[in-house]
Design a protein around this ligand. Structure first.
Ligand code: SUG
Length: 464
């Protein structure tokens, strides 16, 4: 049975704003307090999803968490009616109100760690929702994400849902942003590369938090029962964390048998890459194709330029993946070559260094043969590029058939979502707008209608 990688993107929610909530995420700090456009943000995210469909990919949509998170506001001591709790929070602690309003579930790469059924002994796809405990606004995603994933991937014959790791700093987990699955084809078991920033006695960054721990990676391997021979756990280089690489997917991306990363991404990088090659070639594991690793040194692209352009947060799209079904209208292309496309953020076009590096990449000895740019400025200004917005789930046709069908993007859904965004989303949102008592009412109406569009009745707590 044919397997392929399916991207599920977080639909950008109506409260998208710039609150500077993420220390160590340079864009989040730089754009703090700016006027956000939730409508533009959501349309940009939707266009990215639709482009993937046009490229012959299966593409799923994950609904946003309900915001503001009233329960968290109450737990933080803001009491009374919803408008009253919001008023108090705005007056006393606006950053807490912003945290409860954050649209951060858009960055689906942080929603969970996912292992392919080909990699797990029980032949099911395994999910562990990330606890995201490093920041308040992201930690409040977990309960929602766990329930949402169970609803979208509901069939226990195919999907196994684990509890999030314990909410304790030793188990800080940021999900698939620190996970890369390397395989010669999705039909074969892959190597799971997990990257952490903080371990028992490893060097730690001095300036910014290391968000993922070694203990979390080890626990994920145990939960998913991944065979040790197919796992590599590596440490992020603390010096790149201190330059703004708050997740590994800001400095490296892998797809199938290809891994591209900055030369300074990992601690002891030469040894890690050697281990990957050794495990790739271990006896009894037929891989079919070589593992191709392309390292960018400082002369090709500095860490600084990598962080500002987000080149490594591009999506790599295999243009030779089998098309399992064809949900698209007439203008859909299904290229049939052995090449990969780099879907890069338009920020790369504004950087001479990134453009040169991309040119070096696509003319080099590796599978990337083309580049395309996508405008995700609204999300990018919060440090979320193309790869941050998607959660990758390798699936075969039977598994794909078991996914909630209303979440799979086709031309009709694309158009319905576009109209829905244009109808409900504000053109602009500022920090002061979060105090507007009309905003929660507007958001609730929008999400209520969304659940009809996605065929998810009684999905949000306010609907039960
Ligand atoms: O966790 N930004 C997110 C960006 C997540 C990017 N994801 C990946 N690299 N996979 C974060 O730092 C900023 C929100 C604000 O400042 O308003 C924020 O949460």
């Amino acid at each position: 049975m044919l397997y392929r990688e399916v991207n599920f993107d977080g639909l950008i929610g109506p409260s998208h704003n710039y609150a500077g909530l993420s220390p160590g995420n340079i864009a989040s700090g730089q754009h703090k307090g700016e006027i956000a456009s939730p409508r533009q943000a959501a349309l940009q995210g939707l266009e990215k999803m639709w482009r993937l469909v046009q490229l012959g990919q299966e593409q799923g949509v994950l609904p946003p968490a309900p915001r503001p998170d009233i329960e968290t506001l109450q737990r933080l001591g803001f009491s009374g009616s919803i408008p009253e709790a919001i008023r108090q929070a705005y007056r006393q602690a606006p950053h807490l109100l912003a945290s409860c309003y954050s649209a951060s579930t858009m960055w689906a790469a942080n929603t969970a760690t996912v292992s392919a059924s080909k990699d797990c002994p029980d032949g099911r796809v395994h999910f562990t929702p990330a606890n995201l405990i490093t920041t308040l606004h992201r930690s409040i995603e977990t309960n929602y994400s766990a329930a949402m994933l169970k609803r979208i991937f509901s069939d226990p014959a195919h999907f196994c849902h684990h509890s999030p790791l314990p909410c304790q700093t030793d188990y800080a987990d940021e999900g698939a942003a620190n996970h890369t699955r390397l395989c010669s084809s999705h039909n074969q078991p892959g190597i799971t590369l997990l990257v952490y920033g903080r371990g028992s006695d490893s060097p730690v960054p001095k300036r910014y938090p290391a968000r993922q721990t070694l203990a979390a990676c080890e626990a994920l391997v145990r939960q998913h029962q991944l065979p040790a021979a197919n796992v590599v756990i590596a440490q992020q280089n603390p010096t790149v964390i201190d330059q703004g690489v708050f997740h590994h997917d800001v400095i490296g991306v892998g797809h199938r048998n290809f891994l591209m990363l900055h030369q300074d991404s990992l601690f002891n990088q030469p040894q890690v890459l050697q281990q990957l090659q050794q495990q790739w070639q271990q006896p009894g594991h037929f891989r079919g194709e070589p593992l191709i690793i392309t390292e960018f040194n400082e002369d090709i692209l500095s860490v600084r330029d990598a962080v500002s352009s987000y080149l490594f947060n591009s999506q790599l799209i295999s243009l030779s993946q089998p098309v399992l079904s064809n949900p698209s209208p007439d203008d859909t292309q299904s290229p049939d070559t052995d090449q990969m496309l780099l879907l890069a953020p338009t920020n790369c076009q504004a950087s001479d260094a990134a453009l040169k590096a991309i040119d070096w990449l696509i003319t080099g000895d590796n599978p990337v043969s083309a580049v395309e740019y996508i405008d995700l400025t609204q999300s990018m200004n919060n440090g979320g590029g193309p790869a941050c917005l998607r959660l990758r789930v390798p699936l075969n046709q039977t598994e794909l058939n078991a996914v909630h069908p209303g979440a799979m993007l086709d031309f009709t859904l694309y158009n319905r979502l576009k109209s829905w965004i244009n109808k409900h989303y504000r053109e602009q949102l500022t920090a002061d707008d979060l105090a507007d008592p009309c905003l929660p009412v507007e958001i609730q109406a929008a999400l209520d209608e969304l659940t009809e569009i996605l065929e998810l009745p009684r999905f949000y707590p306010f609907q039960v």
